[in-house]
Ligand binder design. Structure first.
Ligand code: NAD
Ligand code: LMR
Length: 329
């Protein structure tokens, strides 16, 4: 039996976590032979709800779960953890943009960044889900100087999956036929879902779909606005698909991307593709088994794509200005 990996989930009594934690416990994220110790963080007022979640975890009798820690103290939640999934924060409601939450949710990521810095395992990796996730990730990362920059991620995997699904539906091909998808920039309405480098059955998307007007307009706006459409329909933001994306992210950054393919994740920019160094932006990322990753280099971005990339980067820089006071430890 392998030693357990410690996985922290914040906002553990919330709707995403209600799906996510059970899949982690079942071995879907880190593998069917990997025991896990669950570290579940909530705010004090939600601790009763969290105790109910813990009862249900017990009642599943998951063979892989070695321990369940329930706490409202980030220092306890992050003690010795190998992965931290930062979900806990307020979701937007109808008619809001994700960055309307920035001053309300941002401070959460100051204290959690500090607590991760001081308590997590030396090799901890952090995935920020709570919105606006790119800038929240930047805040936490800047408050945790001990944790290497390449261990920080904000989640654009849901956008990535949405983009793949839309191309599969349009081309009437199975989802597995769609590869090499990239989400560039912010997890927001300015993100650029890049159809130009995506492939369907190995063919360029343009060739497989043959409708550039649809790709440039409906495809992009459907992916950009999907979160808002789900909120309109459900009255609550996406939860099962968000949990599935978080699991997919960690799985990929553990087991690697398929040969020739890549994934999307927001990482601390190293200046690739002219994205300003230091901001947390989504890129095409190739991952090796074990989790070492690199930004895919050398993609040729045309004038249309450059314009889209510029717009989302301008927004990320503006968000950084709004939280500048939260970026210093
Ligand atoms: P939710 O309101 O159902 O749950 C959030 C939970 O976080 C609540 O239980 C709350 O008590 C808890 N919480 C709040 N502050 C906390 C803190 N300081 N420490 C620990 N826990 C805290 O919300 P949800 O639907 O689960 O969504 C959570 C976040 O994820 C939202 O910000 C939402 O916008 C975001 N989200 C991101 C993506 C993405 O693709 N990146 C997708 C879906 C949702
Ligand atoms: C999503 O993309 O579904 C989430 O970020 C929730 C939201 O606010 O759209």
């Amino acid at each position: 039996m392998k030693p357990p990996l410690r996985v922290a989930v914040t906002g553990a009594a919330g709707q995403i976590s209600y799906n996510l934690i059970f899949s982690i416990a079942n071995g879907d994220m880190l593998g069917p032979d990997q025991p896990v110790a669950l570290h579940l963080l909530e705010i004090p007022i939600a601790m009763d709800g969290l105790r109910g979640v813990a009862m249900e975890i017990d009642d599943c009798a998951f063979p892989l779960v070695t321990e369940i820690v329930l706490t409202s103290d980030p220092a306890v939640a992050f003690k010795g953890v190998h992965w931290a999934l930062l979900v806990g924060s307020k979701p937007r409601g109808k008619g809001m943009e994700r960055n309307d939450l920035i001053r309300e949710n941002g401070p959460i990521f100051v204290s959690q960044g500090k607590a991760l810095n001081d308590n997590a395992a030396a090799d901890v990796k952090v995935l920020v889900v709570g919105n606006p996730c790119n800038t929240n990730c930047l805040i936490a990362q800047r408050n945790a100087p001990r944790i290497p920059r390449d261990h920080w991620f904000a989640m654009t995997r849901l956008d990535h999956n949405r983009a793949i699904a839309q191309l599969a539906i349009k081309s009437k091909r199975p989802v597995a036929s769609v590869t090499n998808m990239t989400i560039w920039g912010n997890h927001s309405a300015t993100q650029y879902p890049d159809f130009q480098h995506a492939r369907i059955d190995g063919k360029p998307t343009m060739e497989a779909i043959g409708d550039r007007a649809w790709l440039e307009t409906d495809f992009i706006s459907t992916v950009q606005q999907r979160g808002a459409r789900v909120i309109e329909a459900r009255g609550k933001s996406s939860a099962a698909s968000a949990a599935n994306a978080a699991m997919g992210h960690v799985h990929t950054f553990t087991f690697g991307t398929a040969p020739g393919d890549w994934t999307s994740a927001a990482v601390v920019s190293d200046g690739s593709y002219g994205v300003p160094e230091g901001i947390v932006s989504s890129f095409p990322i190739r991952v090796k088994k074990g989790g070492a990753w690199e930004i895919v280099q050398g993609l040729d971005i045309d004038a249309f794509g450059r314009e889209k990339l510029k717009k989302t980067i301008v927004e990320l820089e503006a968000e950084r200005e709004v939280v500048r006071d939260l970026l210093q430890r």
